[in-house]
Design a protein around this ligand. Structure first.
Ligand code: GAP
Length: 515
């Protein structure tokens, strides 16, 4: 799996999806740039999320709030006091870790053992296998499950009580070693605030400390009343936002999974108090449907309900995807009660309430939040699409191909236009076809190298359709269309290209699956 992930990272660089930031200066840790294909894919994911929220729900509107916000906001939200990660250093390797992640990884390792045990039993017993019964009776599974449960209970209690000594003790008791050096020589655990601080104003003496926002959600909360009043919104309604967020992550790992500068796509749904759990359930279902509409198989997605709820939440779950390095969170769905609006009322002294014309009462709405990382979704889509295949070429040879089986709606390039040779009027004909289509689809013209090599390059960036213009095209206005996934080729009329492609690559088709 590790190997696969390495290949994915180098593929992303080689084909213009993702570059390390400031690479010619040896890079900047956990910061990345999107290349020519990456930016197209990212824009398409963003649009697919945005449209699924704002176009498909008449009671959801979008905003774009500033990254810099009044510093009091971060006191009200709890970020100044509590947006910390427990940090631990290994004295021998000098590597720094998040103590909670070391413990989570330990539990994940034991869980992997359980899953292997279950997989073996499935093979042995076939159709008659009862997984629930097996998990409840197999002594090895039970012993391992108990280990996980015990550690989890201890950890949840320690985290709730902010008991850093106990967190270190768990690491010692579980015999957790530094994954790099194998050393168990740990420092004490201490808290580390993840917000980036900077100064506002040109004169440093008078300057006020402000923060780069660590989440986009607060920009929504502080604009709740502006949007509600100017948009004449009635509860329930939602506000969506996509934008940059910044976190000084202690351990930056796993490529774009955990970055210091990243983008979030968040939606806060304001509901009547008492109705929040019903809407929590609804948004869980809607969000899972969104992921599946992108062709992600059921077994690669799961919910993970939070063991430890934040003090202001009364329900929370993560949608996890099976990345090459295991199941990890892509999206959080949280029932945040009226915590944020109440805090902002308290700190700003301004009333943030809704007047319900039916019940004729004022109340502070409760909030259901859906929060998904754009970069993390990018990694999900890329990991899911990356395939290494053995294929038979037209002349019967067995070849390797690397193909990105991206959902056509998200693919950076929809159509490659390829003249067979660079003469006999074929390039001119190809350009004319491309000019007639490029206003609608992202098309790419390529005339260098053999057709086979050009197909491979397009496979590697996930282009769903290639068309080849040959000598017959000049005679009868037909071209060969080649489909990425099946590699099948059809001879069709130039006038049919649009019809064949437009439906498959359109946002309309993809979004209609969500209705
Ligand atoms: N407003 C709620 C909130 O920010 P979160 O669980 O901290 O919740 C939500 O973040 C999502 O943002 C995560 O599920 C993940 O997809 C993304 N995310 C968080 N930290 C990230 C990071 N350092 N790099 C990339 N994505 C991140």
């Amino acid at each position: 799996m590790d190997d696969l992930f390495k290949k994915l990272i180098s593929h992303a660089k080689e084909y213009g999806f993702i570059f390390p930031s400031s690479e010619i200066y040896d890079g900047l840790s956990a910061v990345y740039d999107y290349g020519q294909n990456g930016v197209e894919l990212k824009n398409n994911i963003r649009k697919y999320w945005w449209d699924s929220m704002v176009l498909l729900h008449e009671n959801i509107v979008g905003i774009d709030s500033a990254i810099f916000m009044h510093p009091e906001i971060w006191k009200a939200s709890g970020h100044v006091g509590a947006f910390n990660d427990p940090l631990i250093d290994n004295k021998d390797s000098k590597k720094r870790y998040r103590a909670d992640v070391l413990i989570e990884d330990y539990m994940e390792k034991i869980d992997t053992k359980i899953r292997k045990e279950v997989a073996k039993a499935v093979k042995r017993f076939g159709d008659s296998f009862d997984e629930k019964q097996f998990r409840e009776t197999n002594p090895r599974v039970l012993a391992n499950q108990k280990k996980i449960d015990d550690v989890r209970t201890r950890f949840v209690k320690a985290a709730e009580n902010d008991d850093l000594k106990e967190i270190k003790q768990i690491i010692i008791d579980c015999d957790i070693a530094d994954p790099v050096s194998g050393s168990r020589n740990w420092t004490d655990v201490r808290q580390f605030n993840l917000m980036f601080e900077t100064k506002l104003g040109s004169v440093s003496d008078d300057a006020a400390s402000i923060y780069l926002r660590p989440e986009t959600a607060q920009g929504i909360f502080v604009n709740f009343l502006n949007v509600q009043k100017s948009g004449r919104m009635r509860i329930p309604f939602g506000i969506a936002q996509v934008g940059k967020a910044f976190r000084n992550e202690i351990v930056a790992r796993q490529f774009i999974f955990r970055m210091r500068e990243f983008e979030q796509m968040e939606m806060q749904y304001f509901v009547k108090p008492g109705e929040e759990l019903e809407y929590f359930k609804l948004w869980k279902e809607k969000r899972m449907k969104w992921h599946k509409s992108l062709g992600i198989e059921d077994h690669k997605l799961r919910f993970h309900d939070h063991d430890k709820l934040a003090h202001y939440a009364n329900a929370a779950t993560d949608i996890e995807f099976e990345f090459p390095f295991g199941f990890k969170e892509v999206e959080g769905i949280h029932s945040r009660t009226d915590f944020d609006l109440s805090q902002h009322q308290k700190f700003s002294g301004k009333k943030l309430q809704f007047y319900d014309p039916e019940s004729k009462e004022n109340y502070t709405p409760f909030v259901i939040e859906t929060s998904i990382g754009l970069d993390r979704t990018f990694l999900l889509i890329l990991s899911n699409a990356y395939k290494e295949e053995k294929v038979t070429t037209a002349n019967g040879k067995l070849e390797d191909r690397v193909v990105l089986k991206l959902p056509p709606v998200l693919a950076p390039v929809k159509l490659a236009v390829l003249p067979l040779v660079r003469k006999d009027g074929l390039p001119e004909k190809a350009r004319a076809i491309m000019n007639s289509l490029k206003i609608e689809f992202n098309c790419q013209y390529e005339e260098k190298d053999s057709i086979g090599r050009r197909y491979r390059r397009q496979d590697a960036i996930g282009t769903p359709y290639c068309i080849t213009i040959d000598h017959q095209t000049i005679k009868d206005n037909t071209i060969t269309i080649r489909y990425r996934d099946s590699m099948k080729q059809d001879r069709i009329s130039i006038t049919d290209i649009r019809k064949i492609i437009s439906d498959k690559v359109s946002f309309r088709t993809a979004l209609s699956k969500l209705l």
